[in-house]
Design a protein around this ligand. Structure first.
Ligand code: ATP
Length: 466
């Protein structure tokens, strides 16, 4: 194999690979689609599940201080009043009067001036847009409406009759059901502060300018932990969580040079946070937020205690005192992690084939832990005498690993397909297999091949996958 040349992937290339190979499809396509909605295909759902499983294993199963929860999407609307989302979960919106383009005013300014203005009040954004003479990115004109706050929660109604129905919200974050259930979880699982509650679930945000493929979507899945602590422990806990988030991202096989931390300025902090640090990833469209870590102090429990009149304090037996726990919140979105692992795994290589000709291949170098298929069984031909052995090999591997089986097209094309979907190992069954009861194993990354006895194939693949 010759030297490998790797190129940063463009979003267009990735989007088309995702569709062609069954990771991500545009939603409702036969009706012209619905902007910024996506469906996850056979490989996309495996990848999603692997990311979620890795997260759950790391933070729930391999710790003793975090318990799981699966809360409902619908909640009493008073939750969202008390949490501040009804009044404050807003993005600044601006319209172009000429072409009717609609934009998030802070991103408009950021893209034009290159510095973050998240959290800047509408009036100041108006001034800055005028002073800096920022043009509409679509039509180039300068005829803007004033900036106004736009609440990002989706609303719907419970009840059969419009007049009597109750307006409810689709949750914009999973955190609130954790606050609602924190006492139940604590009492049923007998956890003591410090402890955490973890949840993976859907959240919905009526984003003004979604886009960049699955980076900003309307329906997202969050993986969130609310970690309950004593107030005086917050700084140490914050540092620990920064490290834990980083270790998790690295464990997915991400190039550390593509990750960085970014501290939020006082102006851009969310209404509930006293300190926030994001991990940002170097996407093809720039450094953007991947994960967040927020010190929510006792904001949520205090607001819910006040609004509901229910005592939400924790009783510390050793110290014989009641207090409201403070909270550190590590959060990340499944779609952004999925986009990250696809981008980070992508490589386009120039190699030489067996005949010495130059050839190119696209390979997704997924960490084996998250690869949709761990191994593929490829009988060299469709002849029945091979199918029997191939089927036997397939069944033994399938009992242990998510395994693909492919007997169409030339073996070269099948290898290329498996490279493109990131399968770490291919197992080829050929006519020799009938004699020597062995198969050829091919390594995705090195493309090296070796012969292995069928009797040992499951153990060999298990060992290779680590
Ligand atoms: P942004 O500044 O990009 O809008 P945010 O600060 O509003 O994000 P958080 O409220 O901290 O995001 O949400 C936690 C995590 O959920 C984010 O780090 C991100 O991974 C994910 N996330 C948030 N909004 C979206 C979205 N519209 N689409 C996909 N993922 C999202």
């Amino acid at each position: 194999m010759s030297a490998v040349s790797e190129n940063a992937v463009s979003m267009d290339t990735l989007v088309s690979l995702c569709k062609r190979r069954g990771f991500v499809f545009p939603g409702s396509e036969i009706y012209g689609g619905l902007a910024n909605t996506w469906d996850f295909g056979p490989l996309g759902v495996e990848l999603r599940n692997n990311i979620k499983q890795a997260w759950w294993q790391t933070f729930v199963h391999r710790r003793h201080d975090i318990a799981g929860l699966d809360g409902g999407i619908f909640m009493n609307p008073r939750v969202w009043e008390a949490s501040g989302h009804v009044d404050e979960f807003n993005d600044p919106m601006i319209d172009c009067r000429e072409c009717r383009g609609r934009f998030r005013a802070d991103t408009l300014v950021e893209d034009a001036l290159g510095s973050s203005v998240e959290g800047m009040p509408p009036g100041e954004l108006d001034k800055l847009i005028a002073q800096s003479n920022i043009a509409c990115p679509t039509c180039g004109k300068h005829n803007w409406t004033p900036v106004r706050a736009f609440n990002m929660m989706f609303r719907t109604q419970i009840g059969p009759v419009d007049e009597t129905a109750t307006t409810i919200y689709l949750r914009p974050e999973t955190a609130q059901s954790i606050f609602m259930q924190y006492k139940n979880v604590m009492q049923s699982s007998r956890h003591k502060v410090p402890f955490g509650i973890a949840q993976i679930g859907k959240a919905f945000r009526n984003e003004i300018t979604p886009g960049n493929f699955i980076f900003r979507v309307l329906e997202l899945e969050q993986m969130e932990i609310e970690y309950f602590i004593r107030e005086d422990a917050w700084e140490a806990s914050f540092e620990e969580w920064l490290e834990a988030q980083q270790a998790f991202l690295y464990s997915l096989g991400i190039n550390p040079e593509h990750l960085r931390r970014r501290e939020h300025t006082a102006d851009e902090l969310s209404h509930y946070s006293k300190r926030t640090v994001d991990y940002e990833y170097l996407f093809p469209f720039g450094w953007k937020e991947l994960t967040g870590l927020a010190y929510r102090y006792d904001f949520d429990l205090r607001r819910h205690q006040e609004a509901s009149g229910v005592d939400l304090t924790y009783f510390d037996q050793a110290a014989n005192e009641h207090f409201l726990p403070h909270v550190i919140e590590p959060t990340m979105g499944v779609e952004r992690l999925l986009l990250m692992v696809l981008l980070d795994a992508f490589a386009e290589e120039t190699t030489t084939d067996a005949k010495g000709n130059e050839a190119s291949r696209v390979v997704l170098r997924f960490h084996p832990k998250i690869a949709p298929y761990k191994v593929a069984v490829l009988p060299l031909s469709k002849k029945p005498e091979l199918s029997g052995v191939a089927d036997e090999v397939f069944r033994s591997l399938q009992a242990r690993f998510v395994t693909d089986y492919d007997e169409t097209q030339s073996i070269g094309r099948r290898y290329r397909r498996q490279d493109e979907i990131g399968t770490p190992y291919c197992v080829t069954v050929d006519f020799e297999s009938l004699e020597d009861h062995a198969v050829t194993v091919r390594d995705r990354d090195t493309m090296e091949q070796f012969r292995a006895p069928i009797a040992d194939i499951v153990d060999i693949i298990a060992e290779k996958l680590g």
